[in-house]
Ligand binder design. Structure first.
Ligand code: GCB
Length: 615
């Protein structure tokens, strides 16, 4: 369904009342309709740069095949649209989804016609408390249908929810287990193809009457998947039902690999692995979030050439294309849902929205060998009881669907996060040398952070420093935002972390500068500048230095006894201060966004750009 669509803003929220979704009310020649190529964010249309609100999208289409409603079900599948999406086909309501980054679909069989179908989609990216993410977040709120839309025609007898689990028994032997669901009645042949994707290694036939089924296969001397050696096998499921005989019902590549945690260490395929990572927002100038495949590929190649082996797709999942690239090129992916900063953690509705986003994400990515971690949120007020409860519940929810990956959340609470005891690993964000204190504090602080989870690995999931590309410390006496300052902070942090046994890995914040309304300082001007490349991919000093630093260590003196004592002494004060800070911080966040938006509007207007009002 990608291609030419029409769209228009609904500033007064009158579309539903005026029934814009009805074919009789749609006139493609209407003056206020704009052309848009879906997938694409409406923020890339002239005047709508910072628009947040309701946008309607219209698409007319004919079927290219003859429809058989007795044998097939049809769905409209959205890979990603932000934030509330509602859809109508030929005037009939299909449903709605809340969330900006995970796929969802609506069943459409009854409404589908051979010719002149009208699909109408209303998206609304208005910020609201209680949404996931909540009102304030540090990235740009790209709106609209920015990932592909597909018309899916699926047999009524079909196989779904295929989950491939691989267990590495030893380097000599692995087990492949394939779980599936059947809708209707199905006989099928399954095949596992070798890494050349041609020769059949194993195959079998199944006559399935029950809903659920499972296959298992031992594979001797498999070629294991790892970042250094991203070998992919292939699974094919072929129908043997008379009405669809020979048709491929499902195919995917998969890797044989296993991630395990034993004590303080993380293992990949029985070998200890240290994550050398970086984060990335899904944004690329001038495409917004709708990034061409080869640009994503180039990013991953660059990261690998720097010596990195892991990528955190903070703070939400990116287009699935990224995971495919990661599977092929070999980079470990840490995925997250955007439960971020302050939210309505008391609300069961918020939990349900987050749980649904997580469920859809797991369904999408369960068979990607590159994906090794599910994070259920980032930097939340975890010391608050309702928040801690929300996060424990969310981690249990994830474990119901996947027991093969790391389940955790990312914290910024140095002292008073006891909920991390329930996570598989600790994950901490701290900006020593940037937001607070000297970077030299890291050695001691990180030991303190590890104290309550001394028996588990700790990931340092964010550290960084802003740098405006081209701004050097020797040009003025101001060091902040210089490329040199960034290098100094990152260099020191990486060397320190590399020297600590219990650190399982680190992630630089961030690969590329990205848009953010709350970054309005004179060097930022609407961008978070912590990238090691600018928004235009200009490489900063750190980019060039990273390969030389990446494996370097420092001589450290640390004492577990002292850090444990410090933790015990500071915990009550830190707890109180953090709690109070969060109570105050929650209200300030909304003001920060509104102020940022105003500043951005003024800047655009000064540049002579049109800015369409939201009301
Ligand atoms: C953080 C957040 C991240 C921000 C970053 C920053 O701790 O997790 O979303 O963008 O700090 O640059 O302030």
């Amino acid at each position: 369904m990608d291609g030419k669509w029409k769209c228009k803003a609904d500033k007064g929220n009158v579309g539903i009342e005026e029934e814009w979704f009805k074919p009789k009310n749609y006139d493609p020649l209407e003056n206020d309709l704009l052309d848009i190529h879906i997938p694409n964010s409406f923020n890339l249309l002239e005047g709508y740069d910072i628009y947040e609100g309701i946008f309607w999208h219209f698409h007319e289409f004919n079927l290219t095949y003859s429809e058989d409603k007795t044998s097939f079900n049809n769905f409209i599948n959205f890979q990603g649209a932000n934030y509330i999406t509602q859809a109508w086909l030929n005037g009939v309501y299909l449903g709605e989804f809340h969330g900006g980054f995970t796929p969802f679909r609506f069943k459409i069989t009854q409404q589908l016609k051979k010719k002149n179908n009208l699909l109408v989609v209303r998206t609304d990216n208005t910020r609201r408390k209680g949404q996931v993410p909540d009102y304030c977040f540090d990235w740009f709120n790209w709106g609209g249908i920015y990932r592909s839309v597909e018309l899916l025609r699926l047999h009524k007898n079909r196989i779904t929810d295929i989950v491939i689990k691989t267990t590495v028994k030893s380097l000599q032997e692995s087990i492949i287990e394939i779980k599936y669901n059947i809708i209707g009645n199905l006989s099928f042949r399954w095949q596992i193809l070798d890494t050349d994707h041609k020769s059949v290694l194993f195959e079998g036939d199944v006559l399935q009457k029950n809903r659920k089924g499972e296959l298992s296969q031992i594979i001797k001397k498999p070629e294991l998947w790892s970042p250094d050696n991203p070998n992919l096998y292939y699974l094919k499921v072929i129908s043997k039902n008379p009405e669809s005989s020979g048709e491929i019902l499902y195919e995917t590549h998969f890797g044989i690999r296993q991630i395990e945690i034993k004590g303080k260490y993380v293992y990949l395929n029985k070998k200890r692995i240290y994550f050398k990572g970086i984060s990335l927002h899904e944004e690329y100038h001038p495409y917004g979030r709708t990034i061409p495949y080869e640009k994503r590929e180039k990013d991953i190649k660059n990261m690998k050439s720097l010596g990195l082996n892991a990528l955190r797709t903070a703070h939400y999942s990116h287009d699935e294309a990224l995971n495919e690239i990661a599977d092929n090129l070999g980079i470990l992916i840490l995925e997250e849902i955007p439960v971020y900063w302050f939210g309505d953690y008391k609300s069961n509705e918020t939990f349900k929205v987050a749980a649904k986003q997580m469920r859809n994400l797991i369904k999408r990515d369960i068979n990607h060998p590159s994906v090794v971690w599910w994070s259920v949120g980032n930097e939340v007020p975890i010391e608050m009881r309702e928040c801690s409860r929300f996060f424990k519940r969310m981690m249990d929810w994830v474990r119901r669907f996947d027991d093969t990956r790391i389940v955790t959340f990312v914290s910024s609470r140095m002292f008073c996060d006891l909920t991390k005891r329930y996570a598989d690993v600790g994950a901490i964000n701290m900006y020593w040398g940037w937001y607070k204190g000297s970077v030299k504090m890291i050695n001691t602080i990180v030991d303190i952070v590890h104290t309550p989870i001394f028996d588990k690995p700790l990931f340092y999931t964010e550290f960084g420093a802003g740098a405006k590309y081209g701004f050097h410390a020797d040009q003025t006496r101001q060091k902040k935002f210089s490329e040199e300052k960034q290098l100094q902070v990152l260099d020191y942090t990486i060397r320190t972390l590399n020297s600590k046994d219990y650190i399982a890995g680190w992630f630089i914040w961030i690969y590329r500068d990205f848009r953010s309304l709350i970054k309005q300082e004179k060097y930022q001007k609407g961008f978070n500048r912590k990238g090691i490349v600018s928004e235009k991919n200009q490489k900063k000093l750190m980019y060039y230095r990273l390969p030389h630093i990446i494996n370097k260590k420092r001589k450290l003196i640390s004492s577990r006894l002292i850090s444990s004592l410090l933790w015990c002494i500071f915990f009550p004060f830190a707890y109180l201060l953090t709690y109070l800070g969060d109570v105050v911080g929650a209200s300030g966040h909304i003001k920060r966004i509104n102020k940022g938006k105003e500043t951005e509007r003024e800047r655009l207007q000064k540049q002579g750009k049109k800015v369409v009002d939201e009301n």
